[in-house]
Design a protein around this ligand. Structure first.
Ligand SMILES: Nc1ncnc2c1ncn2[C@@H]1O[C@H](COP(=O)(O)OP(=O)(O)OP(=O)(O)O)[C@@H](O)[C@H]1O
Length: 300
């Protein structure tokens, strides 16, 4: 079952072509993560999917519905947790939740508030003004507001930005529970570890297009093979010079990352210069290397 279908969507702001033919499909009940550099167009796409903005061309379906024609029906079934927390500091947690519950037309408001407050561990704080909440508590309240009214798709735009590691782990747990509960979660994040841990599928957006798509495992397999070289500290400066002279590219400062195709040449060159190699191992593949590969290739 498909929750979100996007086909060839374009969006420009004046001369700026932000989305240049984006296509993607998100299945029901999955956590889907959109990754991309700052300004890549993630929020622009979320705004289109959540009926806040319209594409210039292309086709969008949310739960089979066209946002341009069935905006109200879609808004009843989705929620958006935008980058800035939308909670009102002068209200108590309970009042914030009640406001959203009323706006969403929830029938049994207090039962619904109890349900989401329990889910997000907020029950003890509901009577306090939000002004007195810590940042992490505000974020949890903000997430609780997204769960009111039992939406089928939850859009989370960088939900853990500015959240400390302990609360981040708690939010990750909540996102996993949302998925286990059958919800579809559309996530954007700058944190590659977050994408890796939570997602069923990941898409990279670059230059207005989806340039990679797959499971976290598949994405990591796409990373280029690299080798990590370490030499004695006193030979490090000389090693770098020797590699530069041999026109072998590397990254890193103490441990040097080398492209797979240069591996043999590195060992030959270093042995000619009697440089002692301490380690020369295959680098661990992670999402960061895919991200850097993608952006570097596009820049080239
Ligand atoms: N309403 C607008 N008018 C003009 N330009 C806009 C508008 N909204 C977004 N942009 C531009 O479109 C580009 C994409 O912005 P968007 O907010 O979608 O990026 P993003 O991937 O969400 O970035 P970030 O990771 O920094 O949140 C940026 O260059 C931004 O300045």
């Amino acid at each position: 079952m498909v929750a979100i279908k996007v086909e060839n969507v374009t969006k420009s702001f004046g001369q700026l072509d932000v989305l240049q033919g984006v296509s993607l499909t998100v299945g029901r009940g999955e956590v889907f993560t959109l990754l991309g550099e700052n300004g890549a167009g993630k929020t622009t796409l979320i705004n289109i999917l959540t009926t806040l903005s319209r594409q210039n061309s292309g086709r969008v379906r949310i739960l089979g519905l066209d946002p341009q024609k069935k905006g109200n029906a879609i808004r009843r079934q989705i929620s958006l947790n935008a980058q800035e927390a939308t909670v009102d500091g002068e209200f108590t947690g309970y009042q914030n939740l009640r406001l959203v519950a009323k706006l969403r037309g929830v029938k049994d408001v207090s039962t619904e508030i109890e349900r989401v407050a329990r889910q997000l561990n907020l029950t003890d704080f509901l009577k306090r003004k939000v002004l007195t909440y810590s940042g992490g508590m505000r974020r949890r309240l903000d997430l609780a507001m997204s769960l009111i009214g039992d939406p089928q798709i939850i859009f989370l735009d960088e939900p853990t930005t500015g959240v400390d590691p302990k609360n981040r782990l708690a939010l990750w747990q909540i996102i996993t529970e949302m998925r286990d509960d059958g919800k579809t979660v559309f996530l954007t994040t700058q944190m590659l570890e977050e994408a890796d841990r939570l997602s069923d599928h990941i898409a990279f957006i670059n230059n207005g297009q989806i340039v990679r798509y797959g499971t976290p495992q598949e994405m990591k397999q796409l990373a280029q093979e690299k080798f990590v070289l370490s030499v004695q500290t006193e030979q490090l400066a000389e090693t770098k010079k020797v590699l530069q002279n041999a026109k072998i590219t590397f990254t890193g400062t103490t441990e040097l990352q080398i492209e797979q195709q240069d591996a043999k040449r590195v060992l030959l060159t270093l042995s000619k210069h009697t440089i002692t190699v301490l380690h020369f191992n295959q680098a661990e593949k992670n999402l960061e290397s895919v991200f850097l590969d993608v952006t570097a290739k596009e820049e080239k």
